[in-house]
Design a protein around this ligand. Structure first.
Ligand code: NAG
Ligand code: NAG
Length: 473
């Protein structure tokens, strides 16, 4: 089973050389408890659907002799599952134990004896001290989503009591000697298949894992599992691909995920570790797609700014510009020339971007005359946060270094443009970038999952999101 899934996964992503995950998800005991609460409601519903077939037979009861009996129309009126526990079984899965459960059932009885005497009525059966144990295995399916199954199950009924309505007292003997066991067996045999059903019913929910989460017209994130989940003493750990791809053609970046370990924490239900690999794969995708570029014109500079994008402003620093292109508006094209590099240090996420700024004068006939190209090495600090079920961010400028790439207007002092270009970054480029970053990037989610009590820490080489979850409908 494992081999076939693994082969299927490899077939889906043939270019992968490494199976280190980019994103890790840890389900803690607290998360498992929440899962148990949801699961018990399902199991209870299932057990209410138990159908006990009609029973009939003949028994010799003294002093009456041969009695023909039949029990019909048996139906469950109540199921109580007051006590249950889920335990992690390292290397295997989860063990579910339900104890002290009870089932009440109603039905009709009918007896015939001494050839001609008939009697009938109804009865209530209470089954108490019911114990159900089931082992749940958790695997990766062929699409890289988790799948669960009940691998073994046992149900035992410790005692049953019956109350006949309208019968003679000897009916109790008939019941306790002969019918009790048959009825208990019939019930016991019904329980495990229904528990297995309730466990399988989780799979449609698990199939909602967004293994390919669309982000925007450029990118999607792959969240399929790269290996089967692992079960330890205190958690179930999922290894997800966590890689941004260009929509459509999936091209691998020239780097691969490095192993990382989630800091051991237990207070939240779920911990999601997003590695530097994941964010750097985003930088790779957006840079390759040419999405990290911006053409800046004067109308994008706030009205209040005394600095305008025209040859008069730039001419104050580079007189040749004012002389050769008098009275013209200008345009700046800012773009990255390499994949930006994102680094995570404790409480510090930094993005290093190397790009160019090309300045043009806009001729009256709209032709662009190039003035110069500057190389720009920028460092920004990023603040990341969780918004809904998305990861969002905002950046601020740390520093910017300019060097001359090409000049079409003769020599000039690049340093004299520092202030203008810092202003352009701060009031135009970074706010635009932050609008994009605030839209957020989908986290791995199941169905209509809500995140509550969420916090995010930036640690060395990854960020750690601790959160509780709520499922609504
Ligand atoms: C964050 O890290 C970068 C380098 O990775 C460093 O230049 C910067 O000073 C750090 N910032 C803080 C606030 O520690
Ligand atoms: C636009 O104007 C410039 C400067 O006057 C001139 O050099 C260029 O040939 C013109 N281009 C077109 C397409 O008219």
């Amino acid at each position: 089973m494992f081999l076939c899934c693994w082969l299927a996964l490899v077939a889906l992503i043939p270019t992968t050389v490494s199976i280190n995950p980019g994103v890790k998800v840890k389900l803690t005991e607290k998360g498992l408890e929440y899962g148990r609460d949801l699961g018990m409601a399902t199991i209870q519903q299932k057990l209410k659907t138990i159908k006990v077939p009609d029973m009939s037979g003949e028994q010799r009861v003294s002093p009456i002799g041969k009695v023909h009996y039949s029990l019909t129309n048996m139906h469950i009126v109540n199921v109580g599952l007051p006590k249950s526990a889920v335990d992690l079984v390292p290397g295997t899965g989860v063990r579910l134990s339900i104890t002290n459960a009870f089932i009440s059932l109603q039905g009709n009885w009918r007896v015939k004896y001494l050839r001609i005497i008939k009697d009938s009525g109804s009865f209530d059966l209470n089954v108490n001290g019911l114990t159900i144990t089931s082992s749940i295995a958790i695997k990766s399916d062929e699409t890289g989503r988790p799948a669960v199954s009940s691998v073994n199950c046992a149900a035992t009924v410790s005692k049953a009591s019956i109350k006949f309505h309208g019968g003679a007292s000897w009916l109790y003997n008939l019941f306790s000697k002969f019918i009790d066991k048959a009825l208990r067996n019939a019930l016991q045999n019904k329980i495990c298949p229904l528990v297995a059903d309730a466990i399988s019913d989780l799979n449609p929910h698990l199939k909602t894992l967004n293994v390919l989460a669309k982000v925007d017209p450029y990118a999607e994130i792959e969240y399929s599992m790269v290996s089967s989940p692992t079960v330890s003493k205190s958690s179930i750990d999922f290894s997800l691909k966590g890689e941004f791809y260009n929509i459509g053609k999936h091209q691998e970046p020239p780097f691969s995920p490095k192993p990382f370990t989630l800091a051991p924490q237990i207070n939240n239900m779920l911990y999601i570790g997003v590695s530097a690999f994941t964010t750097n794969s985003a930088a790779f995708v957006y840079n390759k797609a040419g999405a990290l570029s911006l053409a800046i014109t004067d109308d994008m500079i706030p009205q209040s700014s005394p600095i305008r994008l025209n040859t008069r402003t730039f001419g104050a620093f580079i007189p040749q510009i004012a002389k050769r292109f008098p009275g013209l508006m200008m345009k700046l094209l800012v773009k990255t020339v390499k994949d930006p590099i994102i680094t995570f240090e404790t409480n510090n996420m930094t993005v290093q971007a190397i790009g160019t700024v090309t300045a043009y004068a806009i001729q009256p006939n709209a032709t662009l005359s190039p003035l110069f190209v500057l190389n720009m090495d920028t460092s920004v600090s990023a603040r990341v946060y969780v918004s809904g079920v998305k990861l969002a961010g905002a950046v601020t400028l740390n520093k910017m270094d300019l060097t001359l790439g090409t000049s079409y207007v003769g020599d000039f002092q690049v340093g004299s443009l520092d202030n203008i270009l810092q202003m352009v970054l701060k009031v135009v480029v970074i706010p635009k970038l932050n609008v994009q970053l605030a839209k957020g990037y989908p986290l791995p989610t199941l169905g209509k999952m809500k995140l509550v009590n969420t916090q995010l820490q930036v640690l060395k080489d990854y960020m750690l999101i601790g959160t509780d979850v709520q499922f609504t409908g």
